[in-house]
Design a protein around this ligand. Sequence first.
Ligand SMILES: [Zn+2]
Length: 440
Amino acid sequence: MVRIPIRLGLALTAALVVVPAGVARGGDAATAPVGQRLGGAPAVQARYQADYRAVLDPESGLAHVRWRLTGNEGYVGRISLRVDPDRYHNLEGDGTIRAQDGWIHWEPSRGRAELRYDVQLDHRRAADKGFDARMTPEWALFKGEDLFPPTRTLETVPGAEADARFTLEMPDDWSLVATRRGVGRQSVEIEEEHRLLDRPTGWMIAGKLGVTREKIAGVWFVLANPAGQDFRRMDLLAWLQVTVPELSRVLGSLPPRFVIVGAEDPMWRGGLSAPDSLYLHADRPLVQRDGTSPVIHELVHAFMHARAGKGGDWIVEGLAEWYSLEIQRRAGLMSRRRFRKALERLEQRGRAAVDLEVASSNGDTTARAVGVLDRLDHQIREATRGRRSLDDVVQRFQVERRMITTARLREVSEEISGRDLGKFFAVNTAGTHRATGVTG
Ligand SMILES: [Zn+2]
């Protein structure tokens, strides 16, 4: 087995903390002095270590997972993991562990404590659909969240800091591509705010791989697929070369590293974004027949900081879809005429969507949303004589990181355009009305 440790040196307060390399690896991290805190007065800081470990076992199809907390002098009272009971087995560990209604509640004993379980890695997107996590004798493709699920943590000492490390063990001749670099003993530190316990997240692929790396618009893109599969990484790379600079102009700063993984059947025939990463089925085209681009759509999702609030999914999906056309137009990949044609087609399809503010935007709703957002872009440009646009709205969302709702979209759009958009929103987002092209 090969061990690839990835250090996630977490500074869990807003202050910058320099973690001496030797400290976080040792078991004495909990008592490390914080004299290294820049600018602030040295203070005794609650500090412990979180060790995440997963062993991939292709023969059994299982990942053996272990969480280990060291130096937890009561800083973490309880960790609750949201799990799929069908995939999580053989639960054991130190302290109190309770499995109930799709949750594992773990109250770790003080000092050093472990939680161990096995995860059935294979998982289908839906009963009759392809896999969105899979392990074969040759490779494994999954998200960090498959092994270390979303948690709720009861912290008894607010502001306690954790040094976290993730180690993946896998067959000798395998290699790993993940959102954080981990080669040999090389360590990478990240800072996270407002989170007590950070977990490994994002898409990962391990095994015998085909890999292409390139820096585009300040982002190290890593494209990877199981060796021997046809993911057309060079086509994708060329596409990224022309579209990512445009995306970065709209969305502002992008992550320093971004992973795109792909695979053929029986993986799920779609695209899925996760933190700093993206999965695409190998057969997904760069541009679909309707002119939209699944790659750009998923990249917008992955790069957007804000999430949909109640009834706001049409905005999140609509923005991803509208920019999947608009970015192509700006990059010179699509003529204005073809852009308008694609919009008209979506407009047509969107007529089937009676309600925009649905919990999860489907194809029809998203098609209607594209038309609404395109008209909103026109409104803003018209009101500001072309100085402002939908880009400014998105940039505001990027900075404020609030939940996106129809009301918030209207507020920000009105602020940016200086125009009362009450009638526009009444006409364009009404539940019983159809999108009619009225610009109110
Ligand atoms: Zn989407």
